[in-house]
Design a protein around this ligand. Structure first.
Ligand code: DX5
Ligand code: ZN
Length: 214
């Protein structure tokens, strides 16, 4: 079954502690935290203090997606703040292997992200050493964008390599995922999907979550 990771980017920032509580109540599997630095992406969200503040409000895994330059400087701090999974964009890093090592040394799951405008080759070298590959299905930076079906090719490629080599990493699709495209996501190899607007803006968020747990 596909795991659903609602993104708190679409939650009410004035009542952020409610977000993980609601995500759990709606029956979702993972809490997705989008960290943006205004440099790697043209938007700023929040940092380690938010992850630390949310930690006591849920037992669900906190999946921290770092859209920041030089993530190697901060990955350890996000692990210490309570992240269960930390992923970053390797082309934004001067030392991606060091960043992965640092995350693993903290006993936290690690992953890399291929942005919509990046080729598969930016993540390919890491596939044997990660717990999760994130394939962006929008250009990172904002919630509420529409799903780019052409990005699924990278997920299919990753799924093929995963099967050939016997790897066990999760394939998470991030951006514009909703009940209407969930079948496509599953067919491309997704084991986890991020959904911001499709859950938080739904009339019945629990039903939206269930519709994607296929
Ligand atoms: C985009 C973020 C996504 C996004 C998902 O930069 O990484 O996690 O917020 O939101 P929706 O589902 O609204 O595209
Ligand atoms: Zn994300």
């Amino acid at each position: 079954m596909i795991k659903v990771a609602p993104s708190i980017l679409s939650a009410d920032f004035g009542h952020m502690a409610d977000a993980p509580v609601n995500i759990e109540k709606w029956g979702a599997d993972i809490v997705h935290c989008d960290v943006m630095d205004g440099v790697y992406v043209p938007n700023i969200t929040f940092g380690m203090p938010m992850v630390k503040a949310l930690r006591p409000h849920t037992d669900l895994p906190l999946d921290v997606h770092l859209m920041i330059t030089l993530p190697e400087k901060y990955v350890g701090k996000f692990c210490d703040a309570g992240a269960d999974i930390v992923t970053f964009h390797p082309e934004a890093s001067a030392d991606p292997w060091g960043a992965l090592r640092e995350i693993k040394s903290k006993g936290v799951k690690c992953g890399v992200v291929v942005n919509a405008d990046q080729p598969f080759s930016v993540v390919e070298p890491f596939l044997g050493d990660i717990d999760m590959l994130v394939v962006m299905t929008v250009q990172a930076g904002f919630g509420g964008q529409s799903f780019k079906e052409e990005c699924l090719e990278k997920a299919r490629l990753a799924d093929k390599i995963k099967k050939e080599k016997g790897y066990a990493f999760d394939i998470e699709l991030d951006g514009g995922v909703c009940p209407a495209n969930i079948e496509l996501c599953k067919a491309a190899g997704a084991t986890v999907v991020v959904a911001g607007s499709a859950v938080f803006k739904a009339e019945d968020p629990a039903a939206a979550v269930r519709a994607m747990q296929i």
